[in-house]
Ligand binder design. Structure first.
Ligand code: NI
Length: 253
């Protein structure tokens, strides 16, 4: 069994969600976590978890969706965070890639971390071009979670692991210029790694440029096995167990 810990299978990207789910099952992907990024997506997450057995959800306002930051939208997250099959607050975080109001992003990030803490939920973190700042905030907060699409150094990865975070590894690990992330895969024990696609984005090679789907976590796991020189079935068991341990779910491998 494989788990995709981070995807966005919303109707605006996929007009064939039934077949996306069938492809998952065909490839042994029996659990996927659909991450909300704004109010509209968060509402769709609630519908998807009801409709499909293998779909679980995370609710959050992503930093690039800062215009979606209203008290009402945060209240919506808090109202539904303890719903059945909602596992985490996500995706949330900081993104300094484009010019932005950094203070406002931090305020939104911290408010959502507070929701996670209050409801004892893990978080799924988006961090671009501000890894140290993200780390400093998380270190103070005392929550567990996943660093989605981890792109930092090995040293920083060890620090995140120490404060209770797992590293989400996705399609970037298959790209030609992936040396930094390959170093992380080599040097961080599998017990701290989880799989993700970020579908519809970041398709792994050889599908780069095409629409990504959650079933492609199998491609990413093959890459990890190649880099670490380990067996596919063993690696699948460990990465799946990591997810179950984080979310306190009964382990059924
Ligand atoms: Ni994402």
């Amino acid at each position: 069994m494989l788990v995709d810990t981070h995807c966005h299978i919303f109707r605006k990207y996929f007009d064939d969600i039934d077949s996306v789910i069938e492809n998952c099952i065909y490839h042994g992907v029996d659990m996927i976590i659909v991450n909300g990024t704004n109010r509209h997506d968060n509402e769709e997450v609630l519908k998807l978890v009801k409709r499909y057995d293998i779909v679980y959800g995370a609710l959050g306002v992503q930093p690039e969706e800062i215009n979606d930051y209203t008290e009402d939208n945060l209240r919506f997250i808090e109202e539904h965070i303890d719903d059945d099959k909602i596992l985490a607050v996500g995706e949330i975080g900081l993104d300094y890639h484009y010019e932005c109001d950094k203070e406002l992003q931090k305020e939104l990030f911290k408010k959502q971390l507070d929701i996670a803490k209050k409801h004892n939920k893990p978080v799924i973190i988006h961090s671009r071009d501000c890894i140290t700042e993200t780390y400093n905030i998380l270190k103070e907060t005392n929550v567990k979670g996943i660093m989605h699409c981890y792109s930092g150094s090995v040293e920083m990865a060890k620090e995140f692991v120490k404060i209770g975070f797992l590293l989400g590894i996705g399609g970037v690990s298959t790209f030609k210029n992936a040396s930094k992330i390959l170093d992380v895969i080599k040097n961080i024990p599998l017990e701290y790694i989880v799989l993700e696609t970020d579908a519809p984005y970041l398709s792994p090679e050889p599908y780069r440029g095409k629409r990504n789907e959650p079933c492609n976590v199998s491609v990413i796991l093959k890459k990890i096995c190649e880099v670490k020189g380990i067996d596919y079935k063993d690696a699948s068991d460990v990465t799946t167990r990591n997810v179950f341990l984080l979310f306190d779910k009964q382990l059924k491998l």
